[in-house]
Every structure is written in C-alpha cells, then in structure tokens.
Design a protein around this ligand. Structure first.
Ligand code: FAD
Length: 472
C-alpha cells in the first residue's frame, strides 16, 4: 500500500492520489447508494499525459482501472467490484473548456467537465449543447459519452452519440489516440470514436471531446397534460409531431404514482399538475420564433385534443417560473423514487408504437405472479424509452430471487416486442446476465472481439458490459 502510494504520488503529485478511506468514501459508492466497494487508491490525473502514465503503471503493476466521472450512473459501472485489484481513475481534475468555435458550432472540452457547466458556456455564446437530464449538475461529459446518455431532448437532438464529433482516448497500452476532429463529414476509414461512445470505460479512458453545438432556441412552450391512458399519450404525440415537426423537443410520460410520490417528497401540495389523472404527459417545443407563436400553436393543439377526448385536462406554462416548477417535478422523480421501498428498475426501449400495449401486457403478466404489485412508470415516450419500475412488497421474500423473476418476465416481453433491456443507462454490473441471455451468439462474440483487440490485458473496467469468462 505504501509503495503504491509513493509510486503514484511521484507520478501525479500529492493532489493526484487519495488513499484515506474517509476521503475515498464518496468515490466508492454511488448516487443511488446501491453500490459500495473498496479500492486501495483513487487516482486523480490532471492531464492526458498523466492519464497515460497512470495506465502504463497500472498495467505494469497488474492493477485494473475503473474510469470514473460524476458517479451518477445507476448500473454500478463506475463502482468497484471487490473481487479484483482495482484503482479508480477519476477525471474530475480535467475540467477545462478548451475551445468554442461558433462558426463550426463545436466545443472542445476535457472529459471531467460537468455537463451543466458546458450547457452554460454554450448558452453564453448563443449556442445550445442539447444533452440534458436530472443529473446535469453532477455528471461529467466523459461519463455521458461513456454511457451514451439520453435524457429529455433525445426526440429532437438524438442521444450523446449524435452530439460527439471527435474524441481523445488513452488506450489500455498507454498510447493516446487523438481523434479530436470537429468534422461533420469524415469517411477516412472506420469511425473509431463510435467504439468508445457507450463503452462504459471498458475500452479506454476518454480524456477530451469535440461536441456538436446547436443554435440556442429563442422561444418555446411547455405543457403538462392529464391523460387517461398511454394510448392517448401516443395519439397526442402523433398530433404534436404533425404540428411541430422538428420543434418538438420533449415528450415525457409519467404515471400518477410518480407524480403523487414526487409532490409529497417536494412537499408541494398539488404542485403544477393539471388535476388528478392516471397518467400525465409533458410536451415541450422550442425554436427560433417568439414564445407567443409556440404558445398559441400549443394552445390550439391542446384544445383540439381536449375536444376529441384525447386528453383530460392541460396546463400551459405561462411563465418561466411555471415551466421551472413543471421541470422540477419531472426531474425530482428519480430522487423521490429512491426513497420508496423495494422496486425492480428497468430502463427499456421499444418501438414507440408498441409501448401502450407493452405496459398493459407487462403489468398483467407481473400481477399473475405478484398480485400486490404497484407500478411506477415514467420516461421518455417520444423516443421509446420508459423506466418501468414495479414496486413489490419484498418483506420476508428473497429479494434477489424476486428481482430475477421480475426481470425475466419484463425483459422477455421487451425482447418479444423488438425492444432493448437498456435504453440509456447502459449495462454496468446490473445487466450482465441479460447481455448473455438476449445478445448471445454473433453479437456477444463481436463485442468480445472488440474488447480483446483494444484491451488484451483486460485492465479497463473488467467485468462491466461483458461478464468475465471463468479462468480455464
Ligand atoms: C437524477 C438522475 C437522473 C438521471 N437521468 C438520466 C437520463 O435521463 N438519461 C440518462 O441517460 N441517464 C440518466 N441518469 C444516469 C447518469 O446520470 C448518466 O448515466 C450519466 O451519463 C453518467 O455520467 P457520470 O459522469 O456520472 O458517469 P459515472 O457514473 O461516473 O460513470 C458511468 C460510466 O462511464 C465510465 N466513465 C466515466 N468517465 C469516463 C471517461 N472519462 N472515460 C471512460 N469511461 C468513463 C465509467 O467507468 C462508467 O462505466 C440519471 C442519473 C440521475 C442520478
């Protein structure tokens, strides 16, 4: 331990290494507090050169590396496994914004930048960096890229993959790949950056990125809608797409229980909701026209939907403060959810058209086995991603067994409907079994081939995304 400390202090200086258990505590646990582990050291390099030196040294010492961003991931991908000699490599000291090019509409940044700060810096020069979700104030762009994060604006701007033009990555052999090109067209060979996007730190450490910027919208409108059922939400989504086309930025679906629990958590009474209803929708549009234009169009859309009985009621945010209250409610759902009892969480995606039928089918199948189940579903209906979280009375039961049975029911149905068991949160440690079950064969073989080509020593976040094979 002392040798390790001396070694890395020499490479990184005293600020660059933590070994005190109290100081390391936040780094070995996660936001959801469902992962906790131990490592001998947290390394905090301050430059690409230092990251490369750390990787080379870890390889020499036989240590595995857990690249770490803001620790807001929910699959245990940035937390220790406890059955290996691993160190955490935190990118938090690499938080520089290196360049903003308003003609090329790009921003070049270090991986440890907090997402919210990037969005602010872009806004200051009249640009939008569209990635946004509840953890915006703590997650880092390196973590966002490594999880290919989604969030509330995917419907209009795509997920993180669509927002990255170039990367710099430290590879498992300690070499640096400089792919920091801010190009929208580049067909010179394989598009290597795509391998590292969504790889959850298993193929290399991202140190810098070139990000795509968009014009900052000048106006918009937000409505909160009360709905009878998800099929009505789908009808409203179709209507909103026809009306607003590319200006439709967000379409979220929230089950009543999510809203009730979150309002209670926030102590906000009835909050900004438009009456009590089984489901709610949140529709946001934005673009280069004035607020009034979008507000009027939204008003007409809601009136038409009310007339045809598609929606039960609606509230159009009349001010920035009202819009903030609606967003605060939406973004506090994960935190409120965290405080509830045992729930089996799923981050699934399906063809949008199949979501209403899937929700019915999955609830019926679960109720047949767990009659006392309660549903807690919310998510990004517009891009086919729902967080489907049945709440189950687990007292006296075997939690692991319940989780396994619920997962099998839900995920089998997801796959039967042409969906995926991870939409935006990744695989980490929680979905390893599902990768083996649903992606076995050619797909897993290809993934393993990529992993062993880029990390033949298996030192980059081993046991995440792909289960480690037993030693022969
Ligand atoms: C309240 C809340 C709301 C959320 N909402 C959403 C949402 O709407 N959409 C969504 O997609 N996610 C959401 N998340 C999940 C989470 O915020 C995202 O997955 C986020 O992108 C993780 O970023 P991070 O910096 O915290 O990464 P971490 O949790 O630190 O790490 C995540 C993964 O990235 C790897 N990694 C981190 N940095 C690097 C790097 N520089 N190089 C290589 N690998 C790296 C880690 O090894 C790990 O595998 C939410 C989380 C919370 C707490």
């Amino acid at each position: 331990m002392a040798a390790l400390e001396a070694h890395f202090s020499q490479l990184l200086g005293r600020q660059g290494i933590l070994t005190d258990p109290t100081a390391m505590e936040p780094y070995v646990s996660s936001w959801r507090d469902n992962w906790r582990g131990r490592v001998p050291a947290v390394l905090r390099p301050a430059s690409t050169g230092e990251v490369a030196a750390v990787v080379r040294e870890c390889r020499n010492l036989g240590l595995s590396i857990i690249p770490q961003g803001g620790r807001t991931g929910v699959t245990g991908a940035a937390q220790p496994r406890m059955d290996r000699d691993e160190v955490i490599v935190s990118l938090e000291r690499m938080d520089g914004i290196l360049e903003i090019d308003t003609d090329n509409d790009t921003m070049t940044v270090e991986a440890g930048c907090i997402l919210g700060r990037l969005r602010e810096a872009a806004a200051e020069v009249g640009r939008l960096f569209p990635l946004n979700f509840g953890a915006v104030g703590s997650c880092q762009i390196g973590g966002n890229i490594s999880t290919n994060a989604g969030g509330i604006n995917v419907l209009r701007y795509g997920n993180t993959r669509n927002l990255v033009l170039g990367l710099e990555v430290v590879l498992a052999d300690g070499r640096v790949w400089n792919g920091l090109r801010g190009l929208r067209k580049d067909n010179a060979g394989y598009d290597l950056k795509q391998l590292f996007i969504g790889a959850e730190g298993t193929l290399g450490i991202i140190t810098k990125a070139v990000l795509r910027l968009e014009p900052h919208p000048r106006g918009g409108a937000l409505s909160f809608v009360a709905l009878r059922e998800p099929a009505d939400a789908l009808r409203l989504l179709r209507r909103a797409k026809d009306t607003f086309a590319d200006n439709l930025v967000t379409f979220e679906l929230l089950q009543q229980r999510c809203v009730d629990v979150t309002l209670e958590h926030l102590r906000e009474g009835e909050g900004p909701r438009p009456g009590v209803a089984p489901w709610y929708g949140l529709v946001e549009v934005a673009g280069q026209e004035d607020d009034s234009l979008y507000g009027d169009a939204m008003q007409r859309l809601l009136e038409n939907a009310l007339e045809t009985g598609e929606i039960l009621d609606a509230r159009l945010a009349a001010s920035g403060r009202q819009a903030q209250a609606i967003w605060r409610l939406r973004e506090s759902i994960p935190e409120a959810h965290n405080r509830l009892g045992f729930s089996v969480k799923h981050d699934i995606s399906l063809p949008v058209s199949k979501i209403p039928a899937f929700l019915d089918e999955a609830e019926t199948a679960l109720r047949a086995e767990f009659p006392a189940i309660e549903m807690f579903t919310f998510g990004h209906l517009g891009d086919g991603n729902v967080h489907f979280n049945p709440l189950i009375e687990a007292r006296g039961g075997d939690v692991l067994d319940i989780r396994r049975r619920v997962n099998a029911i839900v995920h089998d149905l997801v796959i039967a409907n042409g969906g995926s068991v991870s939409a935006e949160h990744g695989v980490g440690q929680v979905r390893l079994a599902e990768i083996e079950r649903y992606r076995a064969g050619v797909e897993v073989d290809l993934m393993r081939a990529v992993k062993s080509a880029l990390d033949p020593w298996n030192i980059m976040n081993p046991g995440k995304v792909l289960r480690e094979r037993a030693a022969r």
